[in-house]
Ligand binder design. Structure first.
Ligand code: NAD
Length: 258
């Protein structure tokens, strides 16, 4: 992996203080990027930004709720000012956000939360970042779908499935819209990656459900975080310069769509 692949590039990572986001932040920085973190978790942002800086990486962050379109635009403008532009957006803020899996347990508020953070949040962040990418003459956006939006997951519920499927439509239409601006938009659809949060969720599954997940993975093992980070950074980088509107499934073969 070229260690200076992102030299001179500014990468914004939403949900950047989370499990996958922080791993992406460290690796992008290691490969030369300046890194900006957007997340709601103020303390985690502060800790991560100081870790990145200690590793010699230019970094900044803003505490913002991606459901607030105006606040997202303001934060994105401030980060573009402080880091001299935006080249790459990794829109990782999202998840099932602690909402229940079973239909009878899901409240209307749960449904709104999952759809708003994942779908509208991705939309607002992409819209705000695109304005800056146009000024740079191009860019790359990676959105976060999920195996749970590509098929019926045993782990997450209906709102998550709907939100992560919607992100694919958003990704394709956006890719069509900004292609001539040399901005590429692709989705990553990870299988189960055991970040701290998901390790807890996985442990709570019954033995049968856990076995169902593992036995359905042709590679026969759970992945390391790096195995999601590298495909995300591939889509973010010029190595994927002729790929747009695509979805990259990263699931050990658990789902093999046509
Ligand atoms: N880990 C997996 O197995 C897996 C699988 C498929 C898809 N994904 C997707 O990958 C992305 C990252 O997942 P993760 O496992 O790192 O989750 P995570 O919970 O560790 O991180 C998510 C981050 O998003 C932030 N966030 C939540 N709501 C927000 C909001 N309204 N505004 C701004 N930030 C907000 C959280 O503070 C957290 O830091 C999510 O979109 C998730 O759905 C993860």
């Amino acid at each position: 992996m070229g260690s200076n692949r992102f030299a001179g590039k500014v990468i914004v990572i939403t949900g950047g203080a989370g499990g996958l986001g922080a791993a992406i932040a460290h690796e992008a920085g290691r490969q030369g990027a300046s890194v900006a973190i957007l997340d709601t978790n103020k303390d985690a942002i502060a800790l991560l930004v100081s870790e990145l800086k200690a590793a010699g990486i230019t970094a900044d962050g803003r505490a913002v709720d991606v459901r607030d379109g105006k606040a997202v635009t303001t934060a994105m403008n401030e980060l573009a000012q402080s880091l001299s532009g935006i080249d790459i957006l990794i829109a990782a803020a999202g998840g099932s956000l602690g909402t229940p899996r079973e239909l009878d347990d899901i409240t209307d508020e749960d449904l709104d939360l999952v759809l708003d953070v994942n779908v509208k949040g991705t939309y607002y962040c992409a819209r705000a970042a695109i304005a800056h990418m146009k000024k740079r003459g191009g860019g790359s956006i990676v959105t976060f779908s999920s195996i749970g939006g590509r098929s019926a997951s045993p782990v997450t519920g209906v709102p998550y499935a709907a939100a992560k499927a919607a992100i694919l439509g958003l990704t394709r239409r956006l890719a069509k819209e900004v292609g001539l601006e040399k901005i590429r938009v692709n989705a990553i659809a990870p299988g189960l990656f055991l970040t701290d949060r998901l390790a807890g969720m996985f442990e709570k599954l019954s033995l049968v459900e856990r076995e169902e997940v593992l036995s359905a993975i042709p590679l026969g093992r759970m992945p390391e975080l790096r195995e999601c980070v590298d495909p995300v950074l591939f889509l973010a980088s010029d190595e994927s310069s002729y790929i747009t509107g695509a979805v990259l499934d990263v699931n050990g073969g658990r789902l093999m769509p046509n």
